[in-house]
Design a protein. Sequence first.
Length: 152
Amino acid sequence: MAATEVKSATEAAPEARFQIKVTADSHFAWIRTRLALERTATSWVRTAVSLIGFGFTIVQFFERLNGMEGVAPAAHAHTPRYVGLTLIGTGVLVLVITAHQYRAMVRYMWDAYKPLAGEGGEAPHRTPVFAITIAMIFVGLFAFVTVITRAL
């Protein structure tokens, strides 16, 4: 009997994937999902910024260590630089993927569940998390270019 009910509901609205009932419960579920998306994106941004920061710190630390008097020269002097560039590049790549996934999910939530989202509100691409992600991409690219062009 339940299968027949589901089939008839699907046949009634073939263009809709789910039947959307605008209630307080479903609206708050949409908000919880949206906030979970924000938390996830923020966590990825935090991780990427840590990677960029660690990469830049490794490069700076070992450059200064090699320049100190009384310290034997390293056997592989460029290894810390390569490790730092790898960490910075990975952080930037994570930010680009995060921005793409975040924007795609926000658009899906706004397009597929517009009745639950309510009227008004910001457009999918105008959120603080997205703006911070884009800003951190530029910071990461600046750090990468700074390290790669320094002491060549």
